[in-house]
Each structure stands twice: as C-alpha cells, then as structure tokens.
Design a protein around this ligand. Structure first.
Ligand code: BG6
Length: 363
C-alpha cells in the first residue's frame, strides 16, 4: 500500500499534484471564466441570493475554511468567515436564511462537524458539504456539495485533503464571484492560476531536500512562532498545527500584525519564527515584522515567493508565483515538508502521533 514511501504522510504529500488535478478535472470553464460544480445543485439566481458564507470544520478542515472565507470575500465580495464546527454546535447559533453554510470534512465522519450540520438542517439553514469520503455521514446529511477526489487519506496529519479543500473553495469562490461582479478577465486569471497549481506543487515537492535541511537545523527548538497576515494567517495556523501534531514541538500561530501587541516579549535567540511572506500588497509590512524579530535576535524562516533583502531571513522556503488570491494553497506545501522532516529528525512515529485519531467520531 505504501509503495516506495516511508510512511503514509510522505506518500500523501507526494500524491498532491495528482490529487489536485483530479479535484480540478472537468470543473474549470475557460469560455465563461468560471467553475462548474455540478454537485451543489444551485442555479445562478440562488447563488446570487446568498448574502453571507460560513465555513464549518475541525482542525485542518477549519483552517481550509479560513482560506475559503478569504477567497470568497476577495473574489465574490460576500462577507464570509470560518468557525470551528465544535464551537458552533454548542453555542445556539443564529441561523440566517440568506447565509450559505458549508461543512468541511475529509472523513465525512467527524462528530462535531456532523452535529453542526444536523443543527443547521434542523434550523432550516442552506447547507453544502465539501467532503472527501463519498457516502460518509456528513456527505449524506448535506445532500449536495463538492467531493474532494483526493483519494484515501490515511495519515492523521491531513495534507492532500486540505490542499483539495482549499482548491475546491477557490472554485466555489470563483463561481460565486462570476454570478456577481468578478470580471471575465479576472475569472480567466483565476482559472489559469488554478490550472497551474498541480505543476507548481510538484515544483515545491522537488525541493524537499532543501526543506529537510532547514528543518534539521531547527530540530532542537522547544517552541516556535508561525506568523502571517491576512491570506498568510490560515497558512501559519495550519503550519503550526502540522508541527505540533507530528513532532510534539510547541508551535503557536499568530497574526503577524498582532506580534507587537504582546507575543514579541517572547522573542529571543531561543524562539524562531516561521513567517509567511507572499509578494503581495503586504510585503513591506511583513519585511517590517522580520526586522522587528531580528532586532530581538530571533531566527526567521521565511516562506516566500518574493525577493527578500540579502541575508534578511536566516532561511527561506521558496514557493513559485501564482495569482496572489491562490497563494495560501501553495504556501502550505513547504510547511508540510518542514513539519514532516523536523518530526522525522526527532524520530517520531509520523503516521501514528500520540493522543490523536484520524477522525474523531465520539464526544
Ligand atoms: C482531527 C484530525 O481530529 O480531525 C485532524 O486529527 C483533522 O487531522 C480533523 O483535520 C478534521 O477531520 P475531518 O475528517 O473532519 O476533516
């Protein structure tokens, strides 16, 4: 089953270009510069009536939802957010008729997400599922939605499912945008960007050795920050989560913008920071954050597609350029490799991290 791979996590990381191609297959329409998502069963009039989008999921599926919310706001200009399904189900949520609720789950069996979906249905909410496992409880509860086509994911730490979830949500955002004010030119730009993703993910994976060397340099660290702004923020959260899950090294994700409002007090030469630095409108802000960290002797690992000033970061994990809206999908990949190789260096049992299960189907 493992083929030539050392473990399922490594196998699934390397399956991403193929898994992504499957998620995109038959779903991009060049002529109308939009996405074709047959399973959502909504006509343009119904899509236009949506006034808000809320994504619900747990763990990596929740972080993918945060990426999706950003995409929906950018491409469709509809207010959107993500919330852990585990919180939503217990807080007697206000369910609105013109909100589209989207349940996200690789397994389709996570109890918290299933319970959130059931609560929504009971209150008459409009619900879609974005699920990997066909025939799973959440897929059945939602009735319509998007299948991930990632193939079976065995490793507890999610990799290809998160990539396919974020990509599916980019297609949903594109569709919502194109029934509103997203221009044909911008739609075409996103369609072309989505088509480039599988090859670009392969390009990142080809640099695995370089990422492994950086990870090895930081393997004796006790604690790390992961920071990013706006599109980079869910990337930072997902990167920190991966590291915690499989290496047991403490990692805390923070908005780069909030660092100076508290956690900067913790930065010294024992506390490295991974920072997400896309070449976008926030580049100078992120360079400023790196300088603040360096001034306190903190080591900096930059995940970037920008040309940073020589020697600014102690290490760089390189990412190819695509449309800025799609950056989170690509920037997540080197952090999977980083967590994987740091955990491997520490001799952890990568496919069976302590205290965790692949899908949590109990209270
Ligand atoms: C957690 C797993 O319990 O469930 C995570 O450890 C996963 O890796 C999360 O992201 C959500 O799972 P699913 O199947 O609902 O996407």
């Amino acid at each position: 089953e493992l083929g030539g791979s050392a473990d399922f996590m490594s196998k699934e990381i390397h399956e991403q270009p193929t898994a992504l191609s499957r998620a995109l297959s038959g779903r991009l329409n060049e002529r109308f510069a939009t996405a074709h998502l047959g399973g959502i069963n909504m006509d343009p009039r119904e899509l236009r009536a949506i006034r808000r989008v809320k994504f619900l999921g747990c763990g990596s599926s929740y972080y993918a939802g945060q990426m999706g919310a950003q995409l929906v706001e950018e491409l469709a200009r509809i207010p959107a957010d993500a919330e852990p399904a585990s919180e939503f189900r217990y807080r007697n949520p206000v369910v609105e008729a013109d909100t589209l609720y989207v349940a996200l789950s690789q397994s389709g069996e996570t109890l918290d997400t299933l319970a959130a979906a059931q609560e929504l249905k009971r209150k008459g909410g409009q619900l879609l599922g974005v699920v990997n496992v066909v025939g799973s409880a959440i897929a059945r509860e939602c009735g319509s939605g998007i299948f991930l086509h990632a193939g079976p994911e065995v490793s507890v730490a999610s990799t290809k499912a998160l990539t396919n979830t974020a990509t599916s949500l980019a297609m949903l955002a594109l569709l919502l945008g194109r029934v509103r004010d997203l221009s044909t030119a911008d739609g075409k730009r996103i369609v072309a960007g989505l088509r480039r993703l599988p090859d670009q993910v392969a390009e990142i994976l080809a640099q695995e050795q370089a990422v492994a060397e950086v990870a090895a340099r930081f393997a004796d660290t006790r604690s790390m920050f992961f920071v990013g702004r706006v599109r980079g923020w869910p990337v930072a959260r997902e990167g920190a989560q991966k590291l915690k899950e499989i290496s047991y090294v403490h990692a805390e994700a923070y908005q780069a913008s909030e660092l100076k409002h508290g956690p900067l007090a913790l930065i010294d030469n024992t506390m490295p920071t991974v920072i997400i630095v896309p070449d976008d409108e926030l580049l100078s802000k992120n360079i400023g954050t790196i300088e603040e960290i360096k001034a306190r002797n903190g080591a900096v690992i930059a995940v970037t597609n920008a040309e940073l000033p020589e020697g600014l970061a102690d290490a760089e994990l390189r990412v190819p350029r695509n449309e800025t809206e799609l950056d989170p999908i690509l920037f997540t990949i080197p952090l999977q490799l980083f967590a994987y190789h740091l955990a491997a260096k520490l001799g952890r049992d990568i496919d069976r991290p302590r205290n965790l299960a692949k899908s949590v189907t109990v209270e």
